[in-house]
Design a protein around this ligand. Structure first.
Ligand code: GDP
Length: 274
């Protein structure tokens, strides 16, 4: 699936209906607004967010005519573009570094979202910026994850610190509550500069809900959105900031070590509008 492909074609229906109109009116934007609403809901953006978005766009659209040679249907594209940028947090949220080294970055997230991959990608990304990095494997409940981190660390040329595992099966079966408490303890001990929740873009608005929960429970500084390359809908990218108040700082866009980049709301909006 092409990134945001489904959302792009869903939104297109809105402008197509306004071709040839000289001015946007309360009446002629009814159908296009319905298209936008439908496209966002199909993208798995949460309903309150969709409502606010459509309201903001309609408020700006009514009365818009030809401006400097740009036709009303294209003006609507511009209004939606700017609202999408705003929705995604507006600016790029950079990683914060500690004034005195080391900067500790704690990555958390549910099973299979891409944490191990992100760890190595992030080390690779920071190394390229001239930082000296070390990875510490804290996922003692899944020995395979530690082995995988060691392999990926070697691949990107970053040392990996591990203490192995002496884990009882009973501990592997710990509940969510246990994980959350443990994460709180880890955070207390490490006093990290960044606490980033890794979420899977394919899970849509569920990803935004998770960011909210983790922020309320342990306090996080932002999110990393993985698997954006396979996400044709875009609901997670559009919902995380608005729903949780926390920004997406980085995105994973593939399985290679190079596939990690900052989250640029304006570029994302550009991609969505095709
Ligand atoms: P963890 O359980 O959270 O540590 O998840 P892993 O890092 O082991 O990743 C789970 C799977 O998702 C692996 O097969 C990864 O290759 C894959 N994966 C991780 N990030 C991305 C991404 O950005 N794009 C794609 N397509 N696959 C990814």
């Amino acid at each position: 699936a092409e990134m945001f492909g489904q959302l792009t074609s869903g939104l297109e229906a809105a402008w197509t209906k306004l071709k040839g109109e000289e001015v946007l009116t309360k009446e002629n934007i009814v159908e296009p607004m319905r298209d936008i609403r439908r496209a966002l809901l199909e993208a798995d953006v949460s309903l309150p967010v969709v409502r606010r978005f459509v309201q903001a766009v309609s408020d700006q659209a009514v009365g818009v005519g030809l401006i400097r040679g740009v036709k009303p249907d294209q003006q609507l594209v511009k209004i939606v573009h700017d609202e999408l940028v705003k929705l995604m947090g507006g600016e790029v949220f950079e990683l914060v570094f500690s004034k005195s080294a080391p900067t500790v970055i704690l990555l958390a997230g549910l099973q299979g979202v891409g944490k191990t991959t992100v760890c190595a990608k992030l080390a690779n990304y920071l190394k390229k910026q001239g930082k000296s990095c070390m990875l510490i494997a804290g996922d003692v409940y899944r020995p395979a994850a530690i082995d995988q981190l060691v392999i990926l660390g070697e691949q990107v040329g970053v040392p990996v610190y591990t203490e192995g595992t002496e884990v009882k099966p009973s501990e592997i079966a710990k509940q969510d509550k246990g994980m959350m408490d443990e994460l709180k303890d880890v955070k207390k001990v490490l006093n990290p500069t960044e606490v980033l929740l890794v979420v899977d873009a394919m899970t849509g608005q569920e990803a935004a809900a998770l960011v909210t929960t983790f922020n309320v429970e342990i306090g996080i500084t932002g999110a990393i959105l993985t698997k954006l390359d396979g996400d044709s809908r875009g609901g997670a990218a559009l919902s995380v900031k608005e729903v949780s108040g926390k920004p997406i700082k980085l995105v994973g866009r593939g399985e290679r070590m190079e596939d990690l980049e900052p989250f640029y709301p304006d570029r994302m909006a550009g991609r969505i509008l095709g």
